[in-house]
Design a binder for this molecule. Structure first.
Ligand code: NAD
Length: 464
């Protein structure tokens, strides 16, 4: 099928490249010229395991193209994905201005014929109908500009030009760091809309993925496709992320109680997680959730609830617990070192999770800010950030290029990100060059006994 994906970030680029890999003809549009230049040269502007390979392969097979020209992409695609960012505004609500600009742009370039416009971005409930309205506005504006009459409505302009389209909500559930794997091995595909024609085109598009042709285990049953109305599909995305964030806040709350009563949250999480009604995933206590999705999606859902006069108490509590949890490493450092002013703390990891270069709303940023405020010198080592140019844009932290350099003259280390590489560092050598070999394991990730043998005092979260 012919597809256009607008916005080539973590979601759009992975979606476009993976759909091309399954045999569709995909044009990816982005208004960032620098990014488009890189992608045209076969490079991925983001770090995501396996992505560069499929971009190069699909580009060589002429199944994947990159452009800044929206009109070109819109005319190519029978299915047009909107995959631009929807960051949080200071009020907590979702900033939909990029979606609006794209929807208007699509409207101004649509030609005679039928298209499916897909909301892949995470957008507030009700955005399906809103996008339809904006696209129609775009069509009407173009008609007016070309002398079609100042009072022409979007519907009239579309009818006059023979333009037909439907809007579908197709929320994305991929995880950064395993985005390509997740796209080929999804737990489910959610399609929301009220047009059978549009929904069946979407089902056809996803057939190779539904049949697991590119999945890890093609013998598994087909991927479930959940077909809903627009609002329910939009709500599924917010409800899923809010549930996961709440689950983490829950185990962090239990961890804080464990710390006080002398229980071990790692054992507690195992003991409760083996109950199939609870499950083991998202039960790792730590220094709080962050990243580009959970914080903004939970606050957007709280904001929507407020708009409807409903006080979403549980979600607000999940956010409050998280706010507090993001200071837990400071509390533990103060307990170990007493005075932080004039001390040096080394952060192991900067990104909000392993296998990504994404630093948006990463707990590390909070930590750096708080430690700086307390007069502490902060150093960091991150397997990706230290090797790329991203670290240069960070203030208040010296980004080192090796774990040994990081450890040198530090009064404590804090594990911020659970990169696999951190399991096998030479901790004995690191302990020797530190002022004071203390490690706060903010992810309960390292082996306590191994660290103790290497000469460290080990402090976990909810198991100290
Ligand atoms: P991103 O910020 O990484 O990428 C957005 C891209 O859109 C950028 O490349 C930007 O240049 C481009 N863009 C902005 N305005 C444009 C325009 N007018 N025309 C063309 N391109 C334009 O965002 P992301 O992380 O990929 O997220 C995209 C959406 O997907 C968001 O709504 C997000 O909530 C949702 N989502 C993200 C994830 C994730 O893990 N990142 C997972 C699921 C859903």
């Amino acid at each position: 099928m012919r597809v256009c994906v607008i916005g080539t970030g973590y979601v759009g680029l992975v979606t476009g490249a993976c759909l091309a890999h399954t045999g569709h003809h995909v044009i990816c549009v982005d208004n960032n010229e620098q990014k488009v230049k890189m992608m045209k040269a076969g490079q991925s502007p983001i770090y995501e395991p396996g992505l560069s390979d499929i971009i190069q392969k699909a580009s060589q097979e002429d199944l994947l193209e990159f452009t800044t020209d929206l009109a070109y992409g819109v005319n190519h695609g029978d299915i047009l994905f909107i995959a631009v960012g929807t960051p949080a505004l200071p009020t907590g609500e979702s900033d939909t201005r990029y979606v609006e600009a794209v929807a208007r742009g699509i409207g101004s370039h649509l030609e005679k014929g039928y298209k499916v416009i897909v909301n892949k971005s995470t957008v507030p409930i009700g955005s399906g109908d809103w996008v339809r309205m904006i696209v129609l506005d775009g069509i009407a504006e173009r008609q007016k500009a070309s002398g079609g009459g100042n009072s022409i409505s979007g519907d009239e302009a579309a009818a006059k030009l023979g333009i037909e389209f439907d809007v579908v909500s197709n929320p994305e559930f991929l995880r950064e760091g395993s985005a390509v794997y997740d796209t080929f091995n999804p737990d489910r595909i959610v399609l929301g809309g009220n047009s059978d024609k549009a929904l069946s085109m979407m089902e056809e598009l996803y057939q190779p993925i539904v049949k697991r042709k590119f999945g890890e285990d093609p013998s598994l049953p087909p991927v479930p496709v959940v077909k809903t109305d627009l609002s329910s599909a939009e709500m599924i995305k917010y409800a899923a992320n809010s549930f996961l964030a709440t689950k983490i806040s829950y185990i962090n709350e239990i961890a804080n109680i464990c710390d006080r009563v002398g229980a071990d949250v790692v054992q507690v999480a195992k003991g409760i997680g083996l109950d199939s009604r609870i499950g083991t995933k998202f039960l790792q206590a730590g220094i709080g959730w962050g990243g580009s999705c959970f914080p903004k999606d939970v606050s957007a859902l709280i904001h929507t609830s407020d708009d409807y006069g409903y006080d979403a108490q549980l979600l607000k509590a999940a956010v409050d617990v998280n706010k507090r949890q993001r200071t837990i490493a400071i509390e533990k450092l103060q307990h170990e070192l007493k005075i932080l002013k004039g001390k040096t703390v080394g952060l192991l990891g900067l990104t909000f999770k392993p296998d990504t270069d994404d630093m948006r709303d990463a707990p590390a940023l909070n930590l750096i800010e708080q430690l700086n405020r307390l007069g502490t010198k902060v150093k960091a080592y991150d397997p990706i950030v230290s090797q790329s140019g991203i670290g240069q844009g960070l203030s208040g932290v010296v980004v080192e290029t090796s774990p040994e350099q990081l450890a040198y003259a530090c009064d404590a280390l804090v594990v911020v990100t659970d990169w696999q590489q951190f399991l096998t560092l030479d901790y004995a050598a690191m302990a020797k060059v530190m002022n004071n070999p203390v490690i706060i394991d903010g992810r309960n990730f390292l082996d306590r006994k191994m660290l103790q043998k290497a000469g460290f005092r080990y402090v976990g979260i909810g198991c100290s």
